[in-house]
Write a protein that binds this ligand. Structure first.
Ligand SMILES: Cc1cc2nc3c(=O)[nH]c(=O)nc-3n(C[C@H](O)[C@H](O)[C@H](O)COP(=O)(O)OP(=O)(O)OC[C@H]3O[C@@H](n4cnc5c(N)ncnc54)[C@H](O)[C@@H]3O)c2cc1C
Length: 520
């Protein structure tokens, strides 16, 4: 076996997965067909739960230092063409980080290399096959074709995933006909930006700021804080667009001419991009030794969500894959990746498809729907709920043995913890990506139970204000696998903990010899 895991694609999902696998002691090989790191713009930033996870891994500071803006509560969000204001709420439900995708990928690449990941650029995977013991990837590299074998392969190879096709996994859904073209350009001499943002164009007249609808599509323009212009067109085009073909200024100008019926002079292009919305989800995220993550597994018909969902897939998958490779994965553990992340992807599809319904109607009934929707979101509770849904922070994984405590299956809150060694936090404890039994009520009975798994788990005792429970079993992906409610007696809490530990971390030291580094 050449490596443990082959990761196909060095986008945000593949690079995050590579780092997480190294933290879990696994040897991944990343194969990326593009010869160099991405320079063309794609996402301008990202939001949601992944920001918390990056903080829990100690990576957020590094990303903020490279960002155009520190991560901050979103002042509002566009939802299906409707701008929803998010007033200053304590504990805001949605945060954003303005970090362009090429910079994000550079940072994730650096981090993965620091952890010892082998990343090969200019190496395209042309096919994969699997048998009971291994997967084999056929690769076209700069030095010619070659083969690599591994225990597993993860297709992080984007929406047109070859790995998904090789595994015969259906990718049902819809491609919407609107093509959006976006440009950030300097203001040319022949254009004056008026105080209200309207454009006064020599020889053409005035163009209104905001959205202009015509028979051919939608034109939008606005002035950015930097002084340059943000221009967007949306046109229905039945033939799909190719993400890999760079956008040009001429393409944007042609589109403006079709939509507005006029030639709008544009200055120097600072950023150009084009995208078309699809709503698709792979039927299965796993087929034997082949797994899918990120855009290869799902495409959403709204912006601002792809990176969050893809990188969170990676964190959910990494420790489970590592358990399978080290040989201690309990039965069914790897399949929980599909169950949990397909469920999360379906939630993301729910809210992004609702956005399509909101933005597509252009009649009084559709206007009424948008107005009513906005009215409902003036109240704090629905606003919080929408924010959490968009962030993916409302995900509570359905656990096999439902524990009805509100925290079971949810993402662990970042509690401040007082320990014998000083003050720490859940975020700091999660840096090593190891499972934790967090004893918040000095419960020797629970610590004693967990000691049989101490080769796989960190056992911590701490005090916290407003203790939410007596103990939490936190998985490496930050989700809570089990909760001891406050004052739960030993005769129910200890067996329940034992069962949860067996379910998530395999057999205890008492029943087997340590199996560190035993291979699947
Ligand atoms: C214009 C635009 C704007 C966007 N804006 C946002 C935004 O604001 N916020 C947000 O969260 N998301 C945004 N997105 C979506 C976001 O960019 C994607 O969700 C994200 O890139 C998905 O990451 P990924 O790693 O799963 O896949 P990708 O980024 O698509 O990476 C896949 C990688 O696999 C490589 N690859 C493919 N096939 C092979 C092969 N056979 N062998 C080897 N390598 C292969 C590709 O070269 C690529 O590098 C935007 C997308 C577009 C197009």
């Amino acid at each position: 076996m050449d490596v443990d895991v082959i990761i196909v694609g060095a986008g945000p999902t593949g690079l995050m997965l590579a780092g997480e696998l190294r933290l879990a002691g696994v040897r991944p090989l990343v194969l990326e067909r593009q010869p160099r790191l991405r320079e063309t713009p794609k996402a301008n930033g990202f939001s949601g739960q992944i920001l918390e996870l990056l903080r829990y891994r100690g990576l957020l500071d590094r990303m903020e230092a490279a960002s155009t803006d520190r991560s901050h509560p979103a002042p509002g969000f566009p939802f299906g063409g409707v701008h929803v204001d998010l007033p200053h709420l304590a504990d805001p439900p949605l945060r954003v980080l303005g970090l362009p995708q090429p910079r994000l990928e550079r940072l994730l690449d650096e981090r993965a290399r620091e952890l010892g990941v082998d990343i090969r650029r200019g190496h395209e995977v042309v096919g994969v096959s699997q048998d009971d013991a291994r997967v084999t990837a056929d690769v076209r590299g700069p030095g010619g074709p070659y083969r690599v074998t591994a225990r597993y392969v993860v297709g992080c190879d984007g929406g047109r995933s070859r790995i998904r096709d090789s595994a015969g996994i259906p990718f049902p859904g819809t491609t919407y006909p609107e093509v959006n073209r976006l440009g950030q350009v300097t203001v040319p001499d022949s254009v004056t930006v008026l105080d209200n943002g309207d454009l006064d164009v020599a020889g053409l007249g005035r163009i209104r700021a905001g959205f202009t609808r015509t028979d051919r599509g939608v034109f939008a323009c606005g002035r950015l804080a930097s002084g340059c212009l943000l221009i967007q067109t949306t046109e229905d085009e039945p033939v799909g667009v190719d993400d890999d073909t760079p956008m040009t200024l001429a393409e944007l100008q042609d589109s403006i001419r079709r939509v507005l019926g006029a030639n709008l002079p544009l200055g120097e292009p600072l950023r150009l991009s084009r995208y078309q919305f699809q709503a698709r989800q792979a039927e299965r995220y796993r087929d034997g030794r082949i797994l899918l993550a990120g855009d290869a597994a799902h495409l959403f018909p709204a912006t601002g969500i792809g990176i969050n969902t893809g990188m969170t897939d990676a964190v959910n998958l990494a420790w489970k894959l590592a358990a399978a490779i080290h040989g201690w994965a309990p039965a069914g553990l790897l399949d929980t990746y599909h169950h949990e992340r397909h469920f999360a992807g379906a939630r993301a599809l729910l809210q992004t498809q609702a956005q399509v319904a909101l933005r597509r109607g252009h009649d009084p009934a559709a206007d009424a729907l948008r107005e009513l929707f906005l009215e409902l979101l003036t109240d704090e509770q629905p606003l919080r709920r929408m924010g959490a849904l968009i962030a993916g922070a409302d995900i509570r994984y359905p656990l096999p043995n439902p524990n009805h405590h509100a925290l079971a299956g949810a993402f662990a809150p970042d509690l401040t913890l007082r320990t014998d060694q000083g003050t720490t936090s859940v975020a700091e404890l999660m840096r090593t990506a190891r499972p934790i039994l967090l004893d918040l009520a000095d419960r020797p009975d629970l610590r004693e139970t967990a000691r049989d798994w101490q080769h796989r788990i960190d056992i911590r005792t701490a005090e916290t204000d407003h203790r939410p429970a007596d103990a939490l079993l936190i998985r490496p992906d930050g989700h809570i696998a089990w909760v001891a409610p406050t004052d739960e007696p030993t005769d129910t809490a200890a067996p329940a903990l034992r069962e949860a530990l067996s379910r998530w971390l395999g057999t205890s030291q008492k029943t087997t010899m340590p199996v560190i580094n035993r291979r699947a």
